[in-house]
Structure formats: structure tokens, C-alpha cells
Write a protein that binds this ligand. Structure first.
Ligand SMILES: Cc1ncc(COP(=O)(O)O)c(C=O)c1O
Length: 430
């Protein structure tokens, strides 16, 4: 019966798949178009999750569908490392031309964000001959062993999975709302150099220009500048993990374009290929060439269908001015949330560059993170057909990942739902 198709699927899921693959929704996708998706019972949702920051160009953009279709009719897999194809080389050329850094660059492609991170660390270690890596609390870099080691959040990502690769250290990420200044973070790194690892043994510092899972925390400009200086001083490589921030989300093609310093390596994934699995590492040519032939790659790395989609994504971002649109939509959302602050005392902060917007909740009248409030807003919004994601070390942040191609009317509808839900949730106690 169509009416309880979701319930039937849920029971089958519970019986056939492990609970470790945590699933947020209890309904199942049937089809999706731009910023909307429909479940198997015909219910419509406005998608402000974008498959976790993957569909900046919307679901099934006609140009992406056409590009994949065209590739499908030619070949789907040869393994780039066995029989190469032009689309890989051409995408590398395009990414090199667009990535920050006025120096010779090279790019390699993989499949997932975690794989890009793994490879960036491999490349950094091969180039420097050093083992150490410094990452940040609240950072998220994936679910592989090195990804977990770098991730600065224990639950749920690291519980039960250790030991992790060694020589990975964490420093606090600046977060003024929670009392961590840029000076505190830099002092902590200096402390690591005194207490834990000689800077001459550090291969790389990896950071997110705007922490994603960690709460949409932008890295202050003076912090990024200081990291660059520290890296240059000690021969350490600076890696910007742009897996979540890339491809117009922050109002620039890459978030690093907001800063006046450049990284040595950058990881990219998610919205790179509009829903097809593709990731990459781009960076200084001499560093990228450090690993010996055969040291980088993977059977599916740089899949031709995903590459076709990525070429279309870059065209769409330019043709549809998605950087400008991210900023315009983000500004409207931020203005709406700020205007609601008077009526919703739980709103402690509204932040984020371009369309990478988040709202953080504290218990009314306190500085105590309010995860329950965030959860209630998320649940009520979902009941009204708006799909939202939470994030943050304290799970008290709602992040907004609307497709940048969203129609104005659908965006307005979502903002109206959000406003109603926030106002309704104010008076509800746990
Ligand atoms: C900044 C960052 N790095 C790495 C990853 C891992 O990407 P994936 O889940 O594709 O392995 C993510 C995923 O959310 C991310 O946000």
C-alpha cells in the first residue's frame, strides 16, 4: 500500500543494514528536482540539506544530466591509470586555473572527500619527508582512519574505531562565541611545538576555511594569515580542506578566495560534481609531484561520468552567477534570522560567508548551548516539509545548505516555514 511504503522500507532497512550507518529521515526518496524532493508516498520537501553540501547546483540540473548522459553513451569506466581520457586532464587544467595561488599547480582526482584528505596527507608527507600533522578541534575530515585521526570531534565519528594513525595533533580552532580567540589557538600550536612535536617533524597543518560539521565557524583572516606565516617559517605545508566550502557555497568559487594568503594544497569534493562521487587534491606542482608513479590513484578515481558532471558544474556556476546568488540568498536568510532574534531569544549567533549560513542556539538568557532547541526546530521544520541539518561540536547549530539554483518562490516558502517554526519553538520546553 502506497500509504505505508516508508514504514515498510524502514523495517526492511533496520533488518538488513547496520545501525552504524545512521539515517536522519524515516522517509525514502522517490525523485528530486532542483531544491525539491519527493518521497515514495508523494510527500514534497524543500531540500536545505543538499545531500550534505553536494547539490549546490540543485538536483538534476538539466546540463549535468545531459553531460552524464552524453558520457554514458561513450564509456563509463576504463580506469584512468590504465587507459586515460581527456576529461580528466581538462578538469585538472580548469581546477588549476581557478584554485588560489599564482604558481605552477597540478591536480589529481579521487572519489570521496575522505580520500582527497588521505591523499593530501600522503602528498604532504612524501614532499616533506616528515610525519606530523596538526588539525583542529571541531574539524571534520572524513571517516577513513586518517580522516578520523584528523577529525576533532569524538562522538560519533571516533568511538570504538581506534587506534588511529600516530603523529596527529589537535589545537583549538578559534571560536569567539565559545571564548577561543585567534591568540589562544596560536598559543596552543606553539605549545604543541614545545610539548608534543618538533615543528621540523610536522608535514602539514590542515584546516577548513569555514568549519562545516564543526558548526560553520569561519576561520578569522588573521588566524589564516598566522597559519601561513607559521608554515612558511617551519617548512610546514598548509592544507585547506575545501570539501564542504567549495564551489560557490561561500560566495566565491573557493572559500580561500576570501583570504589574502594561499594554501600549498587544497582538497575538493562534494559540490564539485553535483551529486556524482568525485574529489580531488590541487596544489603546488612540485609538491604534487613528490609521490612516485603509482603512489596516487584508485580503481574508480576520476570516474568519467563524475568528471562529465564536474565540467557541467563549473559552467553552471559561471553562467548562472552562483557565487553572487549564494551571497544574495545568504544575506536574505541572515537578515531574516537577525530580525527574529528579538522574538527568539535562543538565537545566539547568525553567521557564515555567502550562502554558508548557520544559526547557533543558546538556552534563553544564558551562554549554554541548546541542542534540544536545534533538534526541535529541525524536527518541526521537517514535519512542515523543510529539510534542515544540524551541526556543531554541541549539536546546537542549524546549517543551511540550500541549492544555489533554488527558485525565489521556493526560497521564500522555506523562509516562511523557518520563521513559523522558530517562533513556535520558543515557548516549548523539553
Ligand atoms: C571538510 C570536510 N572534509 C572531508 C569530508 C569527508 O568527505 P566524504 O564524506 O565525502 O568522505 C567532509 C564531509 O562532510 C568535510 O565536510
Amino acid at each position: 500500500m502506497a500509504d505505508n511504503k516508508n514504514a515498510g522500507l524502514q523495517a526492511r532497512k533496520d533488518a538488513a543494514t547496520p545501525r552504524g550507518v545512521g539515517v536522519m529521515c524515516d522517509f525514502y526518496a522517490e525523485r528530486a528536482e532542483n531544491a525539491e524532493l519527493w518521497d515514495v508516498e508523494g510527500r514534497r520537501f524543500i531540500d536545505f540539506a543538499a545531500g550534505i553540501a553536494v547539490t549546490n547546483t540543485g538536483h538534476r540540473h538539466p546540463k549535468i544530466v545531459a553531460a552524464i548522459r552524453e558520457q554514458l553513451d561513450r564509456f563509463t569506466h576504463t580506469a584512468y591509470q590504465i587507459v586515460p581520457y581527456e576529461s580528466y586532464v581538462e578538469l585538472a587544467e580548469k581546477i588549476i586555473a581557478r584554485a588560489p595561488g599564482d604558481y605552477p599547480k597540478k591536480a589529481a582526482f579521487f572519489t570521496t572527500g575522505a580520500e582527497a584528505v588521505e591523499n593530501a596527507i600522503k602528498i604532504a608527507r612524501a614532499a616533506t619527508g616528515r610525519p606530523g600533522v596538526i588539525a583542529f578541534t571541531g574539524g571534520f575530515h572524513g571517516r577513513t582512519m586518517m580522516g578520523m585521526a584528523l577529525t576533532g570531534k569524538v562522538a560519533p565519528y571516533k568511538i570504538g574505531f581506534g587506534p588511529f594513525p600516530s603523529d596527529v595533533f589537535h589545537a583549538p580552532f578559534p571560536n569567539p562565541l565559545h571564548g577561543v580567540t585567534t591568540a589562544d589557538s596560536l598559543r596552543a600550536i606553539e605549545h604543541l611545538f614545545k610539548a608534543d612535536i618538533d615543528p621540523k617533524r610536522v608535514a602539514a597543518i590542515i584546516f577548513e576555511p569555514v568549519q562545516g560539521e564543526g558548526g560553520f565557524n569561519p576561520a578569522p583572516a588573521e588566524f589564516v594569515r598566522a597559519l601561513r606565516k607559521l608554515c612558511t617559517q617551519h617548512g610546514i605545508l598548509l592544507i585547506a580542506d575545501e570539501v564542504q566550502t567549495g564551489f560557490a557555497r561561500t560566495g566565491k568559487l573557493f572559500a580561500m578566495h576570501h583570504y589574502d594568503v594561499v594554501p600549498d594544497l587544497m582538497t575538493i569534493a562534494k559540490s564539485l560534481a553535483g551529486g556524482m562521487p568525485l574529489s580531488g587534491v590541487v596544489g603546488r606542482a612540485d609538491i604534487m609531484d613528490a609521490p612516485a608513479p603509482g603512489g596516487l590513484g584508485g580503481t574508480y578515481a576520476g570516474n568519467p561520468l563524475a568528471l562529465a558532471a564536474a565540467h557541467a558544474v563549473l559552467d553552471i556556476i559561471e553562467e548562472e552567477n552562483l557565487c553572487e546568488r549564494a551571497t544574495a540568498l545568504g544575506d536574505r536568510l541572515k537578515a531574516k534570522l537577525i530580525a527574529l532574534q528579538g522574538e527568539v531569544p535562543q538565537i545566539a549567533d547568525v553567521r557564515g560567508p555567502g550562502g554558508m549560513v548557520a544559526v547557533e542556539f543558546f538556552k534563553a538568557g544564558t551562554r549554554e548551548p541548546d541542542a534540544d532547541f536545534a533538534k526541535r526546530v529541525q524536527t518541526r521544520a521537517l514535519e512542515r516539509g523543510l529539510l534542515l541539518l544540524t551541526c556543531g561540536v554541541y549539536s546546537n547549530v542549524i546549517r543551511f545548505l540550500f541549492p544555489l539554483t533554488i527558485q525565489d518562490a521556493v526560497f521564500d516558502e522555506a523562509l516562511a516555514i523557518l520563521e513559523g517554526v522558530l517562533k513556535e519553538t520558543v515557548g516549548v520546553t523539553a
